[in-house]
Design a protein around this ligand. Structure first.
Ligand SMILES: Cc1cc2nc3c(=O)[nH]c(=O)nc-3n(C[C@H](O)[C@H](O)[C@H](O)COP(=O)(O)OP(=O)(O)OC[C@H]3O[C@@H](n4cnc5c(N)ncnc54)[C@H](O)[C@@H]3O)c2cc1C
Length: 370
């Protein structure tokens, strides 16, 4: 028989210790609420939140309310980086480096320039560059580039460090992390959720947050709720250079190369609809290398360190953020797909507001589960 672990109820139980769960824990801890984070792996942030490239691509959308959500999240980063460094000593390497998107074909030129124009029409920034201007900005890019678009507001962060910093800061402020605990059912009383059942025991709580990325569908299923979030695999290559070859992320041919401060390069990704298969494959790695070496030819003779893969949580359109209509004390924060690192700060902030004030500074209505 499974024993109840905590006789004292947790105010908030966050299921999932990825970047979204850890961000929510941090923002809640800042308001004085000591949540419990439950993570099935032996450490937090080992899934997509580790595998991601860490690009904060605010250019991702020009359509509100999603664009607004991205913009608000990016705006939180500069002070968050300082705050987390002060509390934990961890430098999350937030850099407002901009991103250079280059095009090698007329079709790509049309797409990128179209996006740049839409951004400019909506009052956002973007600079359309000639081939020469793009080469001046990043001399290592292919001489065959027809030009580029520079997005100066885009930024990057070292995402594994960010998850660690969120978790470490939350922990210092009183959050409890239970790693190696897998939630496999909810506990009910009078049709109300009163706790979770895990492989290591039951835990009672007042409020619950489902932040289990691509596994959120399974967790919601325990409540007979259909949450259409599915995995979208992304493979990456990690390479190393002694001297920096690029100064900022370079994007093109559906591939990007992201330089880190220590000389490592994150190169990828693939986007694959293969369920929970999280293997790196020869064809995936081949596809990445074929495109990346066209963008920056000198990449070909850099040192290959390793390959990795992660599963993006793909929702139907936008992430799901808010309370379940069926259960007033269960909140969902999932489905951030390609932009979970970008959106982690605003998600943490808004979900903490929802829990503590039952009200949010940005409307979550468009992100409800319909
Ligand atoms: C290759 C790749 C590149 C990417 N690049 C970028 C990028 O440049 N910029 C960007 O913004 N985003 C990027 N992303 C997307 C980003 O990584 C995700 O959107 C984000 O990490 C999702 O975070 P999450 O916390 O929702 O999910 P996850 O990181 O998947 O975390 C969910 C956690 O829940 C845990 N869990 C699952 N089931 C249970 C259970 N039953 N009980 C307890 N715990 C459970 C899992 O173990 C996991 O740790 C990329 C993703 C990939 C794969």
């Amino acid at each position: 028989m499974i024993e109840t672990l905590n006789q004292t109820k947790a105010k908030v139980i966050i299921i999932g210790g990825g970047i979204i769960g850890c961000s929510i824990a941090y923002y809640l801890a800042k308001t004085g609420i000591e949540a419990i984070v439950i993570e099935k792996e032996n450490c937090v942030g080992s899934a997509a939140s580790w595998a991601a490239a860490g690009i904060l691509a605010c250019r991702a959308s020009t359509r509100n309310p999603y664009a607004e959500l991205c913009r608000h999240s990016l705006a939180l980063y500069p002070s968050l980086a300082k705050e987390l460094q002060k509390i934990t000593g961890i430098n999350i390497e937030f850099t407002q480096s901009g991103v250079l998107c280059i095009f090698l074909t007329e079709d790509e030129k049309k797409n990128w320039e179209g996006l740049a124009q839409r951004r400019l029409n909506n009052g956002y920034t973007a600079e359309i560059l000639s081939s020469e201007d793009a080469q001046t900005l990043e001399p290592a890019i292919s001489k065959k580039a027809l030009g580029g678009v520079y997005f100066p507001d885009d930024a990057q962060v070292r995402n594994p460090r960010l998850v660690k910093a969120f978790a470490c800061a939350a922990s210092k402020l009183g959050t409890k992390f239970l790693t190696g605990y897998s939630v496999d059912q909810f506990l009910f009383s009078n049709n109300q959720v009163i706790g979770i059942k895990s492989n290591k025991g039951n835990i009672l709580g007042d409020q619950f947050v489902i932040a289990t990325g691509p596994w959120s569908h399974q967790i919601a299923n325990f409540l007979n709720v259909n949450l259409p979030v599915k995995p979208a695999k992304g493979q990456m290559i990690i390479a190393e250079t002694a001297e920096p070859i690029i100064n900022r992320p370079i994007h093109g041919l559906e591939t990007y190369i992201v330089p880190r401060a220590d000389g490592k390069l994150w190169v990828g990704p693939t986007i694959e609809d293969v369920g929970f298969d999280n293997r790196t494959t020869l064809s995936g790695i081949h596809q990445i290398l074929a495109s990346a070496t066209q963008l920056v030819p000198m990449l070909a003779n850099k040192t290959l360190l390793k390959t990795s893969a992660g599963l993006r949580p793909k929702a139907k359109r936008k992430p799901y953020l808010g309370k379940l209509t069926q259960y007033d004390n269960v909140i969902v924060a999932s489905g951030h797909y390609k932009n979970g690192i970008l959106l982690a700060p605003i998600t943490g902030k808004l979900i903490a507001e929802l829990i503590t004030q039952n009200n949010t500074s940005l409307s979550l209505e468009p992100f409800g589960i319909k």
